[in-house]
Design a protein around this ligand. Structure first.
Ligand code: NDP
Ligand code: 8X3
Length: 257
């Protein structure tokens, strides 16, 4: 437990807060008295999460439902934001399918690229200028072990996460000389809705991804994101690669039969 109040009253914008890592991160920031701006496409889920957080913590929570793949929707959201953003957690993302390059589906590729890369770029482009003007702020991008290595069937997903790594490192360089921080967190297997989404709702396939091994939880990653945000203002964590003990690379997963 941290004893400082560095996150108190900060406004934290989390994309993809309707589930998994984003949702857990919202609760974790709220526990540190940070105010929240939560986004995702499923508006009802956002409202329910906001209600739950406000029942538990005395923080302000606003929500906005929109598709991050649309530049216009992102622009409209930012133009209508009343509060400044102190911390931007670029978390919204997904994988679709596990097809090799010669069988991949264009619509899966478009969705991954438009969400994981172009959505993250849009929010960064629209929020970073106010941080630069104030000479403070923190962008935390959610990368992946898939941004550090590739695996068969992950051609486009791993490409998008390599892009997140490049965007993180290049943004840091672009902001060189300012006090704006840019970080990344790169998890291995985390049990969320991720695999269900990857396999288009096939629960059995999704469950098999985590079968016989202990995956990370969304809470494990939320704590690392908040730790990253909570460093003193002169400290910029560039990247944290975090794997389950049962995973040693994208393709090496120890399972109990
Ligand atoms: P979940 O599927 O549980 O959550 C994904 C979130 O992203 C949801 O809130 C979803 O909201 C949002 N999202 C997806 N597409 C869009 C869109 N077009 N517009 C707006 N929001 C969108 O997965 P995770 O929590 O696991 O994933 C979060 C991040 O972590 C992703 O970037 C993922 O790549 C990364 N990651 C996940 C790992 C894992 O093993 N789970 C490992 C490494 C990284 P909604 O559906 O309501 O729009
Ligand atoms: C998610 C982890 O290994 O499914 O980024 O690509 S993996």
């Amino acid at each position: 437990m941290s004893t400082n109040d560095r996150l108190k009253n900060k406004n934290v914008l989390i994309t993809g807060a309707t589930a998994g890592i984003g949702k857990a991160t919202a609760f974790e920031f709220a526990s540190r008295d940070a105010n929240l701006i939560l986004t995702g496409r499923r508006g009802e889920k956002l409202k329910a999460i906001a209600h739950e957080i406000k029942e538990e913590y005395s923080v302000k929570v606003v929500t906005a439902a929109f598709d991050i793949q649309s530049w216009d929707a992102c622009l409209n959201f930012v133009n209508n934001l009343d509060q400044q953003v102190d911390i931007l957690v670029n978390n919204a993302g997904l994988s679709r399918g596990l097809d090799p390059i010669y069988e991949g589906k264009k619509e899966d590729w478009d969705e991954m690229i438009d969400t994981n890369v172009k959505g993250l770029l849009a929010l960064s482009r629209l929020i970073i200028p106010q941080m630069k003007d104030r000479n403070e702020g923190h962008v935390i991008n959610i990368g992946s072990i898939a941004g550090h290595e590739v695996y068969p069937g992950g051609v486009v997903y791993t490409a998008t996460k390599h892009a997140v790594k490049a965007i993180t490192e290049a943004s840091k360089r672009d902001l060189h000389g300012t006090k704006v921080r840019v970080s990344m967190v790169s998890p291995g297997l985390v049990e969320t809705e991720f695999s269900k989404v990857r396999f288009h709702g096939d629960e059995e396939k999704a469950e098999n991804v985590y079968k016989g091994m202990q995956a990370l939880t969304a809470q494990d990653i939320a704590e690392i994101i908040v730790f990253t945000a909570d460093r003193p203002p002169h400290v910029n964590i560039m990247d944290t690669i975090v794997l389950p003990v049962d995973q040693s690379s994208s393709t090496m997963v120890h399972r109990n039969e």
